[in-house]
Design a protein around this ligand. Structure first.
Ligand code: BGC
Length: 753
C-alpha cells in the first residue's frame, strides 16, 4: 500500500471512530429523551407515572373503595396514571391507551401489566411443574409463547417470573415458582425472562418481565401467605437473593416487584436496604420497582406507617417507584414533595426509571403497537402454541414410583378402570394463576385417553371441593361425601389395572391458598385405600400444585406419576406417559415430605453438630417419623435406566475445576436424564450446606448409548456470600457428587488451592 492510500485510510478510520463516538448508543439516546421529557413534566404528571390502576376485572386482592371507574378515566386523561393492570384485549387496551395518548397534556403512553404466569390463553403447566422439566430451552419457549399471545392482546408487561425460593410446601404460592433450590431457580428465572423479553424488547411480540417478590416472600413463617419473614444475612445473600441478581446480570430484567412481607422488621415495600442499597445500589438495577397489590397501604396494618400519606413517603423514599392499588402516591406525593418530606430528585429518579422502560418497549414510537386485532385472532391458541404446551406438559411429568415396571401400560390391556373426579375435570388441570385462561379448556385425562384410543371404564369415586375461588373466600376444601365409593370399588374389582387420578384442585394452591395438611384433600385417601383393598394394581396419577405427603401411597401403590397441573394439554400428556409413547424424565424441584411436621424440609441443609451415629437419642431426628424425605429434590425415574461411571475431577489454573462423568443408557428405550452436580465446601468461614446443586445437564440417550458430561466450575460456583454479603472463594477441600438426584450419585473430592 502506498503512503497516500495509507494516510487516506487512517483519516477514514478516524472519521469513523469520531462518528461512533458522537453517536449516542441506544441506551444513551433513551436517556436523552427521558431527560427532555422529564423537563417538560409538572410535579403532578411525574407522580402520575408512579401510579398504577387496576382495570375493571380480575381483582387479585382487596379493591380499595377509591377504585371506581369514573375517577380512573379522568385521572388517565389528566396524565396521572402511568400504568394499568388487568386490562386486556387489543380493543380494550387501545381505548384505554388513547385516553392517555390523545387526551393527556403530554400524551405519555401507559404500560399495561398483567399476570402472565404460565401461558396466557394457551396454558402451559404451572411454573413448579415446568421447573420439574429442568429443561431451560423448553421453559424459555413456554415464556416466549406466553409473551406472543399476551402481546397480541395488548399487554406489554408481565408480573413474572416469581423467583422466590421456598422450602415450605404449605405455602400456596410454591406452585408459581421454581421450587426450593437457588441454582435451579436462578437458571429457570433467567430462561423465563429471556422468553418474555426476547432479543428485542421493542418488538411487538416481546414484553417486559418482572422479577418478584423482592424479597423473602417465599420464607413466610409456617408457610402462611403474607406472614412474617425473619431470615439471617447468610440465607438472604446465598439463598434468596441469587435468582434476583441473576435476573439482572444474566437477563436484563426490566422491572422488579417488592413484596407483602416484612423482612427482619421492615416491610419490603419501604425497605431501603433491599431496594436502594442492594438492588439499585450494589446490583446497579436501572429498571423500576412496582409495589405489590396494596403492599404500600398494608404497611399501616404492619405497624410501620401511620397513615396513607406516611405510606407514600416511606415507600418512595425506600425505593418503590410505582404504586399498585394503594392510591398512596397519587393522593399524597405532591404534598409530600412540597412539604420537603420527599425530594423532587427522588421523584425524578423514579419517573426516569419508568419512562426508560416505556422508551425501551418502543411505546413512544407507537403506543398502539400491541393493539392489532388481526394478530390477536391469528395467534391466540395457535396450533404451534398448543404443540409446545403439550411438549412442555410431557417434560414436566415426574415418575415417582414404578414397581415391577407396571408402567407403561399396554394399549391392548383389557379392563382398565379410571377412578377419581380429577380425571374428568377440564378446569382444575389449568392450575391457578391463569388470569386470561378460559375455564374448562383443559384436555381432561379422560379426553386424553379417548384421543389415544384407550378402552377404559370410569367412576368418579369422590368429589373434590374447588377451594377458594373469589371473594368472600370459601375456605372449605374437603368433602365427606362417600356415596361414590361403591361404584368405584365395584369397578376396581372387575378391572386388571386401576388408574386413580387424585390430588388437589387447581385452586387449592396459589395466592392465599396455604394448607396446614399436605395429604390428599377430602376423602380421597380413604377412596384410595378402599380401592386398594379390592385391587392392588393401582397407577396413581397425582395432580397437585405442591409437594404432598403421599406416604401411604408410596408404601402400597406400585406406580405413581406426578402430573401436577399441566395446563391446556394435560390429558394428552398424561395418556402419552401412561402408555409409553413418551418416556418421562422430570425431576422434583422440591422435596416431598413424609409428614407435614417435617416442613420446611429441603436437601441443601447444614450439618448439625450431631449428624450420627444414629444409635442414641441425642441426634437430630423425630421419635415418631423418619427424618428423611419421602422423595428427595432432583428425584425422578424413567422407563429406561442410566448408569453413571468414571467420575473424574481436574483442578485447573485460575480456580477452575473440571468435573466429568460418563452416563450410559443401559435400558431398552430412548430416554432423557438430568445429570446433576452437587458440591460441598467442607470447611469454610461460614458453614456451607452438606450439598448444593452447582450444575446440571439434560441429555438424551438411545439404548446402550454412552455420553460424557463435562462440567466446568468457576469461582461463581465455588464461592459463597459471607455474613457481610461479600462474595468469597476460600481454598480447601470440596466434596463432589454427580448423579441422578440429590441423594444418589458418584462421589469424589478435590482441593482448591
Ligand atoms: C400478587 C402479585 C401479582 C399482583 C397483581 C398480587 O396479589 O402478589 O404477584 O402480580 O397481585 O395481580
Amino acid at each position: 500500500m502506498n503512503k497516500g492510500r495509507f494516510l487516506m485510510l487512517l483519516v477514514c478510520c478516524q472519521l469513523f471512530l469520531l462518528a461512533c463516538d458522537s453517536q449516542p448508543s441506544g441506551k444513551d439516546e433513551i436517556d436523552v429523551k427521558v431527560e427532555n421529557l422529564l423537563a417538560q413534566m409538572t410535579l403532578e404528571e411525574k407522580v402520575g407515572q408512579m401510579n398504577q390502576y387496576n382495570g375493571f376485572y380480575d381483582v387479585t386482592g382487596p379493591a380499595p373503595a377509591e377504585g371506581d371507574a369514573k375517577n380512573k378515566y379522568e385521572h388517565i386523561k389528566s396524565g396521572w396514571v402511568g400504568s394499568m393492570l388487568n386490562v386486556r384485549g387489543a380493543n380494550e387496551v387501545r381505548k384505554m391507551q388513547s385516553l392517555a395518548v390523545d387526551s393527556s397534556r403530554l400524551g405519555i403512553p401507559m404500560i399495561f401489566g398483567f399476570d402472565v404466569i404460565h401461558g396466557h390463553k394457551t396454558l402451559s403447566p404451572i411454573p413448579l411443574a415446568e421447573a420439574a422439566s429442568w429443561d431451560l430451552e423448553a421453559i424459555e419457549k413456554s415464556a416466549r409463547i406466553a409473551a406472543i399471545e399476551a402481546s397480541a392482546e395488548g399487554i406489554n408487561w408481565t408480573f413474572a417470573p416469581m423467583v422466590d425460593i421456598s422450602r415450605d410446601a404449605r405455602w400456596g404460592r410454591v406452585m408459581e415458582g421454581a421450587g426450593e433450590d437457588t441454582y435451579l431457580g436462578s437458571r429457570i428465572g433467567v430462561a423465563r425472562i429471556n422468553g418474555f423479553q426476547g432479543d428485542d424488547l421493542s418488538a411487538h411480540n416481546t414484553i417486559a418481565a418482572c422479577a418478584k417478590h423482592f424479597a423473602g416472600y417465599g420464607f413466610a413463617e409456617a408457610g402462611m401467605d403474607y406472614n412474617t419473614v425473619d431470615v439471617g444475612t447468610v440465607t438472604l445473600h446465598n439463598v434468596i437473593f441469587p435468582p434476583f441478581k441473576a435476573a439482572i446480570d444474566e437477563a436484563d430484567v426490566k422491572t422488579f416487584m417488592n413484596s407483602f412481607n416484612i423482612i427482619n422488621g421492615i416491610p419490603a415495600t419501604a425497605n431501603k436496604f433491599l431496594q436502594r442499597d442492594i438492588l439499585k445500589g450494589e446490583w446497579g438495577f436501572d429498571g423500576f420497582v412496582i409495589s405489590d397489590w396494596s403492599s404500600g397501604a398494608e404497611m399501616i396494618a404492619h405497624g410501620y406507617a401511620k397513615d396513607l400519606e406516611h405510606v407514600a413517603e416511606l415507600a418512595t423514599n425506600g425505593g418503590s417507584d410505582m404504586d399498585m392499588e394503594s392510591y398512596a402516591n397519587i393522593k399524597h406525593l405532591v404534598k409530600l414533595v412540597e412539604a420537603g418530606k420527599v425530594k423532587e430528585s427522588t421523584i425524578d429518579e423514579a419517573v426516569k426509571r419508568v419512562l426508560r422502560v416505556k422508551y425501551e418497549l418502543g411505546l413512544f414510537d407507537d403506543p398502539f403497537k400491541y393493539c392489532d386485532e388481526t394478530r390477536e385472532k391469528e395467534l391466540i391458541y395457535h396450533a404451534d402454541h398448543m404443540a409446545a404446551a403439550l411438549d412442555m406438559a410431557k417434560r414436566s411429568i415426574v415418575l415417582l414410583k414404578n414397581e415391577n415396571n407396571v408402567l407403561p401400560l399396554a394399549k391392548e390391556q383389557k379392563k382398565i378402570a379410571v377412578i377419581g373426579t380429577l380425571a374428568d375435570d377440564k378446569d382444575s388441570p389449568l392450575g391457578n394463576w391463569r388470569m386470561a385462561g378460559e375455564d374448562n379448556t383443559a384436555i381432561s385425562v379422560l379426553e386424553g385417553l379417548d384421543a389415544y384410543g384407550v378402552n377404559y371404564k370410569y367412576a368418579e369415586g369422590a368429589e373434590l371441593v374447588t377451594g377458594p375461588t373469589a371473594f368472600p373466600v370459601e375456605l372449605e376444601i374437603n368433602t365427606t361425601d362417600k356415596s361414590g365409593f361403591k361404584e368405584a370399588i365395584a369397578l376396581a374389582k372387575q378391572s386388571e389395572v386401576v388408574v386413580m387420578v387424585l390430588g388437589e384442585h387447581g385452586l387449592h394452591s396459589g395466592e392465599g391458598r396455604g394448607r396446614a395438611n399436605l395429604g390428599l384433600p377430602g376423602v380421597q385417601q380413604e377412596l384410595l385405600e378402599a380401592v386398594y383393598k379390592v385391587n392392588k394394581n393401582i397407577v396413581l396419577v397425582l395432580m397437585n400444585g405442591r409437594p404432598l405427603t403421599i406416604t401411604w401411597a408410596d408404601e402400597h401403590v406400585p406406580a405413581i406419576v406426578e402430573a401436577w397441573q399441566l395446563g391446556t394439554q394435560t390429558g394428552h400428556a398424561v395418556a402419552q406417559v401412561l402408555f409409553g409413547e413418551y418416556n418421562p424424565a422430570g425431576k422434583l424441584p422440591m422435596t416431598f415430605p413424609r409428614h407435614v411436621g417435617q416442613v420446611p424440609i429441603y436437601y441443601n441443609q447444614y450439618s448439625s453438630g450431631r449428624p450420627g451415629p444414629k444409635t442414641e437419642v441425642f441426634w437430630p431426628h423425630y421419635m415418631d417419623e423418619s427424618e428423611k424425605p419421602l422423595y428427595p429434590f432432583g428425584y425422578g425415574l424413567s422407563y429406561t435406566k442410566f448408569d453413571y461411571t468414571d467420575l473424574n475431577i481436574n483442578v485447573l489454573e485460575g480456580r477452575k475445576v473440571e468435573v466429568s462423568v460418563v452416563v450410559t443408557n443401559s435400558g431398552d428405550r430412548v430416554g432423557e436424564e438430568v445429570v446433576q452436580l452437587y458440591l460441598h465446601d467442607k470447611v469454610a468461614s461460614v458453614v456451607r450446606p452438606v450439598k448444593e446443586l452447582k450444575g446440571f445437564e439434560k441429555i438424551s440417550l438411545e439404548p446402550s448409548q454412552t455420553y460424557k458430561v463435562v462440567f466446568t466450575l468457576s469461582e461463581k460456583e465455588l464461592g459463597f456470600y459471607n455474613g457481610q454479603g461479600e462474595f468469597v472463594v476460600e481454598p480447601g477441600d470440596f466434596g463432589v457428587m454427580v448423579g441422578t438426584s440429590s441423594v444418589e450419585g458418584l462421589t469424589s473430592e478435590f482441593e482448591l488451592k
